[in-house]
Structures are given as structure tokens and as C-alpha cells.
Design a protein around this ligand. Structure first.
Ligand code: SF4
Length: 399
């Protein structure tokens, strides 16, 4: 593909300049980003993004054997993040907070599985202090020494700093000392202050989110980054958001992957206001956001599709649109299922292999830091591969 004339690959003449830049490996501008959002030439856009991806990652597609853990859904911002279906007030029906023993019991699922990562995020609980999280991380490390801990969004870090009367950098240091490996990318939503005033009024600002990630990178804690799309944001808001991520990456190089997150409208106030049910985004929009992420974020190594939000089917298609990571096994996905996601709560190791191979790509199991763990898959235990052997009921039932 590298030798192909990319201008010939796009049918929309407004993309010719972008195609030329992509072919020559030049950086795209904000105006280029807006042209990409405006085009209906989805296949042309996909070819450009695929070229940019294959230049970097070849035909490899990464996945992880991971397990999501959500220790609490109690959140002090429950009434102001209008897009969120997961959070509850402390005494509200469906509210839960796990003891450390319950977290450790849930993590036991990893014992017989190839799990390499615990992904831990939850609500901003008014009474769960830093020690709850440091003891959790230490306890998980002791019980599962080979498993990376990717835990707590920038929003949770800022919340802990507030209730501990500390700084975000000291919170990060304490978590790192306990065994934290990396930070997830949630809480970024869209950085525009106007959008945040509508969907996440009391959440930390975009500048604060970026500052926490900058601090993490300074401590050699790699992080992910995200953008929540499909609600009230404009194409300009999306492009500004992506360029702010790109600018921080120029400065620190600490982002591992970018994950566009599709807004889900069920069981939340914003969905009611917008009068949307079931799905707020379309397959066209989902693929566009993957491809534009790959093209604008020329300095972030990986682009991940979050299959619980957009379905495994669309995630497979995303592999031809600039995406090189299909998330992982997940095991218990609650946040988007509370918002109406109809996908299953987990994908099995063998299903991920089939999904990637079905797109003509080469699967590589990775750890949290994108170090390859395995790229040949002969003679794996049947318990890793067979859905019936892996299906587990969720120990926490929210809705
Ligand atoms: S999005 Fe996060 S911070 Fe906002 S209410 Fe939901 S759990 Fe709380």
C-alpha cells in the first residue's frame, strides 16, 4: 500500500490535499481534520487511515487478556454527568461498594485465565480514601504478581487529591509505589468547556485532565486517552480535542493508545434530553472516528476500538479503518451495559483470535504496555478458548 497513489484512493476531491500529506507522512492540520469529518467518502478515509496504521503496525492487531473491575458505582457527580448511566447516589437503588475482600474474590477469575491486566475504574466515592486503593493494588499484586494494574482515571486521581487534601502528583506517586502500572484514558469526554458545561458540569476541566496525564507521564506512568463522541459536541470540538491530545503527546510521549468512545443514551439524563434511545452513533460515525483518530494522532502508537460500545462486528471492520487494537477479554463490562450496550460482557480469547484473523490480520496478545506476550497460538488450554468454560456470572448486579 505504501507505494500506491493515495489521491487515487479517495473519491472526494476535498480530500486530495489530505491524501497527499498522508502519503508523504506529513502532519495534518485542524482544517484537514474538519475536512475529514465533513466527508462522506468513508472508504477513501478508511484507506488513508489504513495506510497510516500499516506503516506503523503492519498487519499486527493487538489484544489483551484483561479483566475489568469496578469497585464502586457510588459517585458524587452522579447528578451532573448527564451522560453517565453507571453512577448512583450512596443510598440509591443499585448502589454498590465492594470491600477489598470482594474485589480480591472477583479478581480470582484471573487465576485460571491468561489474564495480564486488571483495568480498575469506578465512581468518585466520598468515603473511599487513598488507602483503599493502595491496599487494593498491593493485594492484587501479591495475589497475581504477573498481572499489570491499569487503574483510576484522571478524574478519580483528582477526586482522591481533593479528599486527601493532597496534590495529584502525590496521589500518583503513592499509587505507583503500591504497584500501579498505567492509567486508563477515561474522563476526558470532550475538552470543550461549553460541552463540559452541558454534559459534565462539575467534572475536572480539560486542562486539569491533561495536567494529571502530564504528571503521570513525568513519573514514567504511561496512560491511554479517549474522546466521548456522539452527544452535543461539534466537529470543531472533536478536532480541538484530538489536537490537544496530540500536543501533549509531542511534549511527553506518554500516551500508549487512543480510544474513541461512542456515547450510549439509555438510562441517562442526556439521552432523555436528546430523545435518543438504543444508540446515539451510527456505524458510519464510529468508523469515521477511528479513522480520523489514526490520521490526526500521528504521534500516538495505537488506536483501540472498544468492542463493548460499538459491537465486535464493527470493531472487526475498524481493523480496515486504521485501528490496530481490539481491547481484550474484559470479562465484566458494566459501564456501557448500564447505558444500554447490547453486546456480551466478555469476549473469549479464541473469539478475539477469530475476530482478528477474520479481518485478514495477525493477532498479537500484548500486555498493558504493548509488549508482545504471544503471537503464535497453538496448544493453548481449552479453558482459555472455549466460551462455555469461561462464561461467568457478574458478582455485581446494578440494573
Ligand atoms: S462519568 Fe464518572 S465521574 Fe461522572 S458520574 Fe459517572 S462515574 Fe461519576
Amino acid at each position: 500500500m505504501a507505494g500506491e497513489n493515495m489521491i487515487a484512493q479517495v473519491s472526494d476531491p476535498t480530500l486530495h490535499g489530505v491524501a497527499e500529506k498522508v502519503q508523504q507522512g506529513q502532519r495534518l492540520s485542524a482544517d484537514d481534520g474538519l475536512s475529514l469529518y465533513a466527508t462522506t467518502d468513508l472508504l477513501g478515509l478508511g484507506r488513508l487511515a489504513d495506510m497510516a496504521n500499516q506503516r506503523r503496525n503492519g498487519t499486527r492487531v493487538f489484544f489483551s487478556a484483561n479483566q475489568h473491575i469496578n469497585p464502586t458505582n457510588v459517585c458524587i457527580l452522579r447528578n451532573t454527568c448527564t451522560f453517565c448511566s453507571f453512577a448512583r447516589m450512596p443510598k440509591e437503588e443499585g448502589a454498590y461498594t465492594q470491600s477489598l475482600d470482594e474485589v480480591f474474590a472477583e479478581a480470582e477469575q484471573a487465576r485460571d485465565m491468561p489474564t495480564r491486566e486488571f483495568h480498575i475504574v469506578g465512581g468518585l466515592h466520598p468515603k473511599l480514601h487513598l488507602s483503599y486503593y493502595t491496599e487494593m493494588i498491593r493485594g492484587l499484586r501479591e495475589r497475581h504478581p504477573g498481572v499489570h494494574i491499569k487503574a483510576l482515571t484522571a478524574v478519580e486521581i483528582a477526586h482522591l487529591a481533593r479528599i486527601e487534601h493532597s496534590s495529584t502528583i502525590d496521589i500518583l506517586l503513592a499509587l505507583q509505589e503500591a504497584g500501579l502500572t498505567s492509567l486508563p484514558g477515561g474522563g476526558a469526554e470532550v475538552f470543550s468547556s461549553g460541552v463540559r458545561a452541558t454534559i459534565a458540569q462539575r467534572k475536572l476541566t480539560g486542562e486539569e485532565w491533561l495536567r494529571v496525564h502530564r504528571e503521570a507521564h513525568q513519573l514514567q506512568i504511561p496512560t491511554n486517552c479517549t474522546m466521548l463522541y456522539g452527544h452535543v459536541e461539534t466537529p470543531e470540538d472533536r478536532v480541538d480535542h484530538l489536537l490537544m491530545l496530540r500536543s501533549l503527546q509531542d511534549e511527553t510521549g506518554g500516551f500508549l493508545t487512543y480510544i474513541p468512545l461512542a456515547y450510549h443514551p439509555d438510562h441517562n439524563e442526556l439521552g432523555e434530553e436528546l430523545e435518543r434511545v438504543g444508540s446515539a452513533t451510527t456505524g458510519f460515525e464510529d468508523l469515521k472516528n477511528i479513522a480520523i483518530g489514526r490520521l490526526l494522532l500521528d504521534n500516538i502508537p495505537h488506536i483501540k476500538t472498544h468492542w463493548p460500545m460499538v459491537t465486535p462486528f464493527l470493531s472487526q471492520l475498524a481493523l480496515a479503518f486504521g485501528c490496530d487494537d481490539v481491547e481484550g477479554t474484559v470479562v465484566f463490562e458494566r459501564i456501557y451495559h448500564d447505558a444500554g450496550a447490547q453486546t456480551s460482557m466478555q469476549l473469549h480469547y479464541g473469539e478475539l483470535l477469530d475476530l482478528i484473523r477474520g479481518a485478514g490480520r495477525d493477532p498479537v496478545e500484548r500486555d498493558s504496555l504493548y509488549q508482545p506476550v504471544r503471537s503464535t497460538f497453538d496448544d493453548l488450554p481449552a479453558t482459555w478458548m472455549a466460551p462455555s468454560a469461561q462464561t461467568t456470572s457478574d458478582p455485581v448486579s446494578v440494573v
